[in-house]
Design a protein around this ligand. Structure first.
Ligand code: UN1
Length: 507
């Protein structure tokens, strides 16, 4: 039970936004904000018009002309300061994420921690925008490559990680010398105001140009401005595969670049040799945590037939102990679905699974919290499927774990790779050769492949993204920064002669 009244919640939000440095109005606008915690409306804030969005792109494009020449380590200072402010306001921003995405405070603050971590990473990266030097085939010549900023980066982010994914893109883009125009999910506009205000403070503290960062608030129609404006060199979009199918050709038709992080349908294989205790905890967190609303959520379990009954019984028992409710109560592990659409989608998928021979072993029922039908809480579900069927190929953004069994390892890999999505994957095994096979070219076809941990909860240091219908993009760590830059190959002749490459003679 949470004891906070609606008015108290409103003032908590106001305080958090103020602490982050947001000084604008929270009234009289046209964009209704809402919380999935209670299903109640919050503030009505000012949305952005298409004309304003276009003006922001123009301003960011203008700012780019100076920002690209600011030394990269100095650009890094803005990100360093952002990281400091995020550390100071981890709880404030965490509260906003909790209110709009419905996460436990530990997960909401964990999301802010991802922002702090990427700031550390990008600060280091600002001194490591390395290009290679290659041996020239000609005497007295030097061949090398240089990385340059590309321009305005449009970031479109989803409700489920309302601020972290934005920061992966923004921290990298800004140190690379790009400017950023961000269109967050309209369901998380308050979190966006908080995160954006903290960046504005960092820019101010460092004496840099505020126009390097802009925020567009509104529905998809205003976000579409980013897709079509030729000044937006890169569109980085997180969301559904359906959205990606629209974004990619639209941006490509004007030869813009895109970075897509779309649907996942993540599975874990559990081998007979697995440490079942460890597997159980990994599975339950990845499948039921964040109410199944991570793109990395585990949606399929492919378990060896010899241990299936035992493991499934343990999972069902663990699910029965999960506390479901308003996550302002710190004992709660599973918060709400984001809205009625998510709840209806889950019910539809459960129906389809039953029609396709599935048996719901636990969960799926609505949970009424605090006597209101305005919020949508649900018991995470486990569904045993007789075989791979159509529904198992779909991503339903809700906590449904489909269980399939296998008898030999090749069959497990085939089942694993049979879906159209390719984000995250895992194997639980103590057999080294199974683990290696899973990680090999003939193993998991996903962008993320783990051994003895679940599918979710990736660290920022690795490149994040996936294959097939997940969209192929990579953001966050490793060399994902290269997506935010363009490469120039340079040949410098200091020989005083003009030898031609490939030994060609002319004149
Ligand atoms: C997402 O759901 O879009 O790996 C991002 C994870 C988090 C990020 C998820 N670090 O689960």
């Amino acid at each position: 039970m949470t004891t906070q009244t609606h008015d108290q919640l409103l003032s908590t939000i106001q305080d958090a936004l103020k602490a982050c440095g947001y000084t604008g109005s929270l009234e009289g606008g046209n964009l209704q904000t809402r919380t999935p915690l209670t299903g109640e409306d919050l503030f009505k804030i000012q949305g952005t018009t298409k004309e304003q969005a276009t003006e922001m792109i123009a301003a960011a494009d203008e700012a780019f002309k100076s920002w690209r020449d600011v030394p990269a380590p100095r650009r890094g200072n803005v990100i360093k300061r952002w990281g400091e402010l995020l550390t100071e306001h981890k709880h404030d921003l965490g509260i906003l994420v909790q209110v709009e995405a419905g996460k436990s405070i530990s997960e909401a603050e964990g999301e802010v921690q991802e922002m702090i971590d990427i700031c550390d990473f990008a600060l280091g990266q600002s001194r490591m925008l390395y290009g290679k030097t290659m041996p020239s085939e000609r005497p007295g010549h030097r061949l090398m490559e240089t990385w340059h900023p590309i321009g305005v980066v449009g970031v479109i982010s989803a409700f489920n990680f309302p601020v972290a994914v934005y920061s992966w893109n923004t921290a990298n883009a800004l140190v690379c010398g790009d400017t950023v125009v961000w269109k967050p999910s309209e369901m998380c506009a308050l979190s966006a105001l908080g995160a954006h205000a903290l960046l504005a403070r960092a820019i101010d503290d460092c004496g840099e140009d505020q126009n390097i960062s802009h925020l567009i608030l509104g529905d998809r129609t205003v976000g579409e401005v980013l897709l079509d404006d030729p000044r937006v060199e890169l569109v980085s979009a997180t969301g559904s595969t359906r959205m990606g199918r629209e974004v990619a050709p639209r941006v490509a038709s004007r030869f813009g670049r895109y970075l897509l992080e779309l649907g996942g349908n993540n599975a874990a294989i559990v081998s007979p040799t697995a440490d079942l205790d460890l597997a159980l905890r990994g599975i339950v967190f990845a499948a039921a945590g964040t109410a199944g609303q991570r793109c990395t959520t585990m949606r399929r379990l492919i378990v060896h037939e010899s241990i299936a009954d035992k493991l499934v019984d343990q999972i069902v028992a663990a699910y029965k102990t999960l506390t479901i409710g308003d996550p302002r109560d710190e004992s709660v592990l599973v918060g709400p679905l984001v809205n009625q659409g998510a709840f209806d989608g889950m019910q539809k998928s459960l129906e389809a699974a039953k029609e396709q021979g599935g048996e719901v072993l636990v969960g799926g029922n609505r949970v009424i919290v605090d006597d209101t039908e305005k919020s949508f809480y649900v018991e995470p579900a486990v569904v045993r499927m007789p075989e791979q069927s159509e529904i198992v190929h779909n991503e339903t953004f809700a906590p449904i774990l489909y269980v399939l069994t296998y008898s030999d390892f090749d069959e497990a890999i085939a089942l694993h790779n049979a879906v159209p999505q390719g984000l995250s994957s895992a194997i639980f095994t103590q057999d080294n050769s199974e683990a290696e096979l899973f990680l090999s070219a003939s193993g998991s076809d996903c962008g993320i492949a783990n051994v003895n941990i679940g599918t979710s909860g990736a660290e920022i240091g690795g490149a994040f993204g996936g294959e097939k219908e997940t969209g192929g993009g990579r953001e966050s760590g490793s060399d994902a920064w290269k997506t935010y830059m363009r490469r120039a190959t340079n040949t410098i002749n200091y020989s005083g002669e003009l030898p031609l490459a490939q030994g060609v003679k002319f004149l």
